[in-house]
Design a protein around this ligand. Structure first.
Ligand code: GLY
Length: 570
């Protein structure tokens, strides 16, 4: 039985890969609720070329960290909307034996940053905040991947960077999603000639079937392959970044690049119905918020009230509302906010206090004189890897918005992030219409901006259960929450858990966004009776997830068909 299932699913993976090579959308799996199974090891990312790079690393004897590093470098070539070397992110690693560890390679504010840097005179300037050279944080990806590899990798560094370099130099065939994505972003790159040159054919969009070569990026990757982080933060690459900044009103300097350090952090941990939750600590808000919500929900029998019911949906929304309010009030860079109440926010006692404020029949009201939010991009990407020893990596990284700042470093072939947009825009100013000015997340020299990225690993009794994470800006935390609930409370397999409709409430605006077709009319009516404002949206997130089926000693992965996704294993 197990053998048949495994064979069937492996065939399905081949169909996806074959379809992808001839430029077809991977529609072959639509409708399958069965996970993709692999006995030995598995990589899930949002691009099949990148997943296959990771898979080959695992086949060559690399471990989960090796495969995650190689996949991340490959995504910087094949999935340029979010894969990157000019951005930053987080990696949570749970070895099969020993303590889990988290790597923080979030971008930092340059030394010239200040809380008022996004204002022009007395006015906030959204363009400066999100679409300018001032929106670029000091990139962390290369330092972070290198630190994780230094501490846990097993194959040579060169072996892990080389596939990305080859993909950039030799090129790869453009398929439909990339062609559409590049065509859509091209008009927004017109201010940056190096970006137009990099991502189009002399100003014309790439077509399906074209070969996409990135020779400048290949040269940058060769410097990183040969010199490690020095190939990025020093020498020619740093010279080119600093020159681009100096010529265009940016503030990032050689000194900022040389000073960048990836950080090893203790993961944020909690428990939920006997499972251990291992996630990202601040500067991500993700681990704190997901654990806070799980603690609140642990007090209710969600399995009995059922997936998708009005009663369950009401409770999930109320947990989300409270966690996002706490996120806004309290969280920022821990190195600049010594008194953040993290221990309180993730405590079971606090969850009980919050539960006492939840009326089972009535929606709470998010106070409008409290907090609101800066815009946050949803073009991040997640990589999940489990190797043969059952070491697991959960890695989320980003350029912030799709293609980041849209600024390609001339002669270096990679995009810079616009992550400074994740800092609060204006000190002290908080409005109904979307500004938040609370202190913990104001820009300061060397500070990291608050993130929602939530790379998470679940275990039980010392054994791996699940690796999960998603893009989606502020919705990431709720997407990860719901994937965990779907597996633990509702008994879904990982594909069902990823397919299931998602919700998002973020305290303000006081509304719940739900995926189209996600809730039935009678459920919506019951929620409206309780006072919830429900807003239909398209899709939310793009989970990369792997569940370890210990009974059969098999890995089960999900592809999220909301966007591109590729699970590859053996
Ligand atoms: N820029 C998206 C995030 O860090 O959450």
């Amino acid at each position: 039985m197990a053998f048949q299932a495994e064979r069937g699913i492996i065939c399905a993976v081949s169909v996806v890969v074959a379809a992808a090579w001839v430029g077809l959308a991977p529609t072959a799996l639509v409708g399958s609720t069965q996970p993709i199974r692999a006995r030995h090891a598995m990589v899930v990312s949002q691009d099949d070329l990148a997943s296959r790079v990771g898979d080959q690393v695992l086949r060559d004897g690399g471990n989960a960290v090796d495969a995650a590093v190689a996949t991340a470098f490959a995504l910087a070539v094949t999935y340029p909307t979010a894969g990157n070397i000019g951005g930053g992110g987080f990696l949570v690693y749970r070895p099969a034996a020993g303590d889990p560890v988290a790597y923080d390679f979030r971008e930092t504010a340059p030394a010239g940053a200040s809380p008022t840097m996004f204002m022009r005179g007395r006015e906030y300037d959204a363009r400066v905040h999100h679409n300018s050279h001032l929106a670029v944080g000091v990139p962390g990806t290369v330092a972070g991947l290198h630190l994780a590899w230094t501490e846990h990798g097993s194959l040579p560094w060169q072996r892990l960077v080389e596939p990305a370099e080859t993909l950039a130099r030799s090129g790869f065939v453009v398929r439909d999603p990339l062609a559409r994505s590049l065509a859509a972003v091209l008009p927004r790159m017109q201010d940056y000639p190096a970006s137009v040159a990099q991502f189009s054919k002399n100003g014309q969009p790439y077509q399906v079937g074209d070969t996409f070569r990135q020779p400048d990026l290949a040269l940058t990757l060769s410097r990183i392959r040969l010199d490690g982080p020095a190939g990025f933060y020093e020498g020619q690459t740093a010279d080119r970044i600093a020159a681009e900044m100096a010529a265009n009103g940016g503030i990032m300097t050689h000194a900022d690049l040389a000073a960048y350090r990836a950080l090893r952090r203790t993961p944020m941990t909690g428990t939920y119905r006997g499972y251990d939750i291992i996630s990202m600590p601040p500067i991500s808000s993700g681990g704190v918020a997901v654990i806070e919500m799980l603690n609140v929900l642990e007090g209710y029998d969600l399995g009995a009230s059922g997936s998708g019911s009005a009663a369950t949906t009401h409770l999930i929304i109320e947990a989300m509302r409270r966690a996002y309010a706490d996120r806004a009030k309290s969280l920022g860079d821990p190195d600049f906010n010594a008194r953040m109440p993290v221990a309180q926010l993730i405590s079971k006692d606090y969850a009980a206090e919050l539960r006492a404020t939840i009326n089972l029949d009535r929606a709470s009201v998010s106070s409008p004189d409290s907090f609101s939010w800066p815009a946050e991009g949803d073009e991040t990407t997640h990589v999940a890897v489990v190797d043969g020893a059952r070491n697991a990596v959960s890695l989320t990284y980003t350029l912030e918005q799709g293609y980041g700042s849209k600024i390609t470093v001339p002669g270096a072939g990679f995009l810079l992030n616009n992550e400074m947009g994740d800092f609060n825009p204006v000190p002290g100013l908080t409005t109904r219409s979307g500004r938040i000015g609370t202190d913990p997340n104001l820009a300061e020299p060397g500070k990291r901006m608050l993130s929602s990225m939530t790379p998470t690993i679940v275990s039980r009794d010392g054994r791996l259960v699940m690796v999960t994470g998603s893009p989606g800006g502020r919705t990431i935390i709720n997407t990860v929450l719901m994937t965990i609930l779907n597996v633990i409370d509702f008994g879904m397999n990982v594909q069902e858990a990823v397919d299931a409709p998602r919700l998002h409430h973020q305290w303000l605006p006081d509304e719940t966004r739900y995926e189209r077709w996600g809730l039935s009319p009678d459920t919506l009516a019951l929620l409206a009776q309780r006072g919830h404002r429900m807003v239909e949206i398209g899709v939310q997130g793009a989970v990369s997830a792997i569940v370890y089926n210990a009974e059969e000693d098999v890995l089960e992965a999900a592809e999220d068909r909301r966007r591109t996704s590729a699970a590859v294993g053996f």
